[in-house]
Design a binder for this molecule. Structure first.
Ligand code: PTJ
Length: 278
């Protein structure tokens, strides 16, 4: 589909087309399209930009990843379709492993996601086939199957765009979980140690830049950045921000001069037509 750059929602349509394309290749499942739509709705409420709160979470996440001994970035279909190049860049910057972990697991999907990650420059990909033979307790979906060289032994796991069960299980196993989720009400957002309430597409490049910036800081300074963050307080602020935006819009009304002008013109024409028929 050709997307005209002057379309007011060009970027949003481009991203949607990308995810639909990967649905065709098998990397993304149909439920992934539903998840994307849910994300888009929350992004509207956020104003489609990275907020100060999200930035604080990103900084804490970057420090946590740099301090980790065995960090792993978990990749599912949506993440591979939307941000695979940044996944590889981030892994190289902070020294993380990359592991494929799917809710709707199939060999065909694993192959499609492996292909995307390889094309994006990934050298080592964990969690494929028999390599994912360890189990996370208390998770009943395919997500329970993990790689013993990766998520099983990780101290820090980044789960961009996830469902709640595994986040809860990983936290109960004593791991630090970093989530990127536009929905501050999701179970993932609430269970994670650090939740970046932002679009994964905007958050990933900032996370990489932030990690590069603080990479050479002393561990003591990184620890300060990592631990001064409060997830539940930050989620509250994200909800507050959405509420504030909606209240403001509700009070002011939605006013777009061009739209108002056209409606005024149409109204006048309708009334003059009614007068003519009398
Ligand atoms: O590839 P699989 O089989 O592992 O399945 C992946 C999906 C996404 C289908 C699976 O994890 C799932 O069902 O997820 P949920 O429970 O729908 O949760 C996805 C969460 O991500 C929701 O809270 C969305 O608001 C959020 N989300 C969607 N798109 C984005 C996002 N958050 C950040 N950036 C996005 N672009």
């Amino acid at each position: 589909m050709k997307i005209l750059p002057q379309h007011p929602r060009a970027e949003s349509i481009r991203i949607r087309e990308e995810i639909v394309k990967h649905c065709g290749s098998g990397a993304v499942v149909l439920a992934g399209l539903i998840a994307h739509g849910r994300g888009e709705a929350f992004d509207y409420l956020l104003g489609e930009k990275t907020t100060e709160n999200a930035f604080k979470a990103i900084r804490s996440a970057a420090s946590t990843l740099l301090l980790a001994k065995h960090s792993v970035i978990s990749v599912n279909g949506n993440v591979a379709a939307l941000t695979s190049k940044d996944i590889v860049k981030l892994a190289n910057t902070v020294g993380s492993k990359i592991e494929v972990n799917l809710f709707y697991q199939s060999e065909k999907r694993e192959k499609a996601i492996k292909q995307i990650l390889k094309e994006s420059g990934a050298k080592e990909i964990l969690g494929l086939g028999e390599a994912a033979s360890a189990n996370i307790p208390e998770v009943h979906s395919d997500r329970r199957r993990v790689d013993s060289r990766g998520i099983l032994k990780a101290d820090v796991v980044l789960v961009p765009l996830e469902d709640g069960d595994r986040t809860e299980a990983l936290v109960k196993m004593g791991k630090t979980v970093i989530a990127i989720d536009l929905n501050p009400l999701s179970r993932t957002a609430q269970w994670a140690s650090i939740t970046i309430v932002d679009n994964v597409i905007r958050a990933m490049p900032i996370l990489i830049e932030e990690a590069k910036k603080i990479k050479n800081e002393k561990p003591k300074n990184l620890q300060k950045l990592a631990y001064e963050f409060n997830n539940s307080g930050n989620l509250g602020k994200a909800i507050g921000l959405m509420t504030h935006r909606l209240s403001e819009l509700a009070e002011k009304g939605i006013y777009i001069p061009e739209v108002t002008e056209i409606h005024d013109h149409l109204e006048k024409r309708t009334f003059s037509l009614e007068e003519d028929t009398d």
